[in-house]
Design a protein. Structure first.
Length: 253
């Protein structure tokens, strides 16, 4: 009788130790699933940030995400699952956690790269600055004021006086005033080696040192300086050298 009693106690101790071990494993697994969910949420936020930066809209209906910490409570109550919990599951979760860490690092780098690219594209003077007829392009042309030929460093875009002039890219106004044959002129420094020049305006709407956004109205078309009629002389310089705006402007016509 005593031996049976002692055997029963040993059995109860064994069952109790198993229960304690399983509870510890369940708690560890619950913590790890919560940790993984947090990592997935972080990665999802980075993905959404990248989509917002590059203008991707997700038209799909949002799927309800099951919180593993909540679903795990019910899941781990099932006796069959509890009996199968072991260190191999935890090790697999650890491996998944490492993969998520790597994915997060890659997304951080990608986000930084996208931000740099977006800043560059915002600064690049690739927007047609005004509406009108292109009366003179980049390159050699007949001198409009006399005989012979001359090299024209930009575009002449003609329209009625007062036509709005817009910044071709975001940047800092480095000159705003009267400058010889350019008349009333604005010069914007965009960074990345780019400058844009807007000449012959009748009215300037920005000042030196002002930060302007791409597409912002900066002047009104005029006929000041060495000019044959109301038009904008638009010039792009790359590291100080005039380049053909046709090769930079995206919506060139």
């Amino acid at each position: 009788m005593k031996n049976k009693y002692l055997a029963k106690l040993d059995e109860l101790d064994y069952v109790n130790s198993i229960n304690i071990k399983q509870k510890a494993e369940i708690e560890t697994l619950r913590e790890k699933t919560t940790e993984i969910q947090e990592k997935l949420d972080t990665i999802s936020k980075f993905q959404e940030k990248i989509k917002d930066m590059i203008g991707i809209k997700d038209n799909k209906k949002e799927k309800k995400v099951v919180n593993p910490s909540r679903s795990g409570d019910q899941f781990f109550k099932e006796k069959a699952v509890l009996e199968k919990l072991d260190n191999s599951i935890i090790s697999q979760i650890d491996e998944l956690s490492k993969l998520l860490d790597n994915s997060k690092e890659e997304l951080i780098k990608l986000t930084a790269d996208v931000e740099k690219k977006m800043k560059y594209l915002d600064a690049k003077p690739n927007l047609m600055p005004t509406k009108g007829k292109i009366t003179s392009g980049y390159g050699y042309r007949r001198n409009p004021f006399g005989k012979g030929r001359e090299f024209h460093k930009g575009l002449d875009i003609a329209n009625k006086p007062g036509t709005k002039i817009r910044a071709a890219g975001s940047g800092i106004v480095t000159f705003a005033g009267y400058y010889g044959g350019y008349g009333k002129v604005i010069i914007i420094s965009h960074g990345y080696g780019y400058q844009s020049i807007y000449g012959h305006n009748r009215k300037l709407l920005v000042k030196v040192g002002q930060h302007v956004r791409k597409g912002e109205i900066i002047a009104e078309m005029g006929n000041t300086g060495r000019s044959t009629g109301p038009h904008l002389h638009f010039e792009i310089r790359y590291y100080g050298k005039a380049v053909n705006p046709k090769n930079v402007i995206d919506n060139y016509k």
